[in-house]
Write a protein that binds this ligand. Structure first.
Ligand code: NAD
Length: 261
């Protein structure tokens, strides 16, 4: 269905678990070759590589911290050395720290910004330089969140980083459109991944989150991965600078449901 993706090369940051892992598996199903970046969960990344190879695909796991230039360069090098180039770069790695804003330390603030926002800049920069040098097109997909738009008290660093990702996506989409390099974002709502494991283990909290979704269900990582396939493919060839919400309607002011308000 996405024939143009066959043999294309993708780097996926934070691919050892959760959404990044689902994207890696889904891309491999489209016969793409994938560099699966992990930070500390080598077992998760190795398992994905094994799964992909057993299914006849090709992947490699590479340790790197996306908030460093050396880490991001190692991912680009792995794509070139193992698969001969780069076509798609998915800036997926992310993390969050919950704390009342007046208690957040500078170290905590910087960590969240460095991984969620600066990491996206560094990933974009590496991919852009490669494609500009080779004079070839490319596609960047940045993992944002509904919190690029919905304020999130006690998660100020995370919401700020995702808001930054939105404008970074739009600005670089405009800047590199003349080079046929597309930059888009995905904004998941509530997805069942390790980032939410503690919260969703609590039935009351799970139900509370579910009640904020008009489609009345928590999303699966595969829901986001399906959108990431489309954004990587030629089927979205005229789409750049957009954020696609994959959120069951969570960003649509659900408390107004039924005419309330
Ligand atoms: P997750 O915790 O399962 O995965 C996050 C991944 O990022 C992990 O593999 C982790 O190792 C990696 N990572 C963290 N710091 C890193 C670093 N310095 N270098 C390299 N990798 C690093 O969470 P997830 O839900 O799969 O999150 C993936 C992305 O989706 C994140 O950007 C997150 O903000 C975003 N998101 C998730 C949800 C959700 O409900 N799950 C909602 C909105 C946005």
């Amino acid at each position: 269905m996405f024939e143009d993706l066959n043999q294309k090369v993708a780097v996926i940051t934070g691919g050892s678990k959760g959404i990044g892992n689902a994207i890696a598996i889904r891309y491999a199903q489209e016969k793409m070759k994938v560099v699966i970046n992990y930070h500390s969960d080598q077992a998760g990344a190795d398992k994905a590589v094994e799964q992909i190879k057993e299914a006849g695909g090709d992947a490699v796991a590479v340790q790197a911290d996306v908030s460093t230039e050396a880490g991001v360069q190692a991912l680009l090098d792995a794509a070139i050395d193992n698969f001969g180039g780069l076509d798609v770069w998915v800036n997926n790695a992310g993390m969050e720290i919950q704390r009342p804003t007046h208690e957040v330390s500078l170290e905590e603030w910087n960590k969240v910004i460095d991984i969620n926002m600066t990491g996206v800049f560094l990933g974009e920069k590496a991919a852009l330089n490669y494609w500009l040098d080779k004079k070839q097109p490319g596609a960047i997909i940045n993992m944002s969140s509904v919190h690029q738009q919905i304020p999130w008290p006690t998660f100020a660093s995370y919401a700020t980083a995702k808001g930054g990702v939105k404008l970074l996506t739009e600005t670089t989409a405009m800047e590199y459109a003349p080079h046929n390099i597309r930059v888009n974002a995905l904004a998941p709502g509530a997805i069942n991944t390790p980032i939410n494991a503690k919260k969703f283990a609590d039935k009351a909290q799970y139900e509370q989150t579910r009640s904020m979704v008009p489609m009345a269900k928590i999303g699966d990582p595969e829901d986001v991965a399906d959108a990431a396939v489309w954004l990587a493919s030629n089927q979205s060839k005229y789409v750049t600078g957009t954020t696609m919400f994959v959120d069951g309607g969570m960003s649509l002011y659900p408390s107004f449901q039924g005419g309330k308000g």
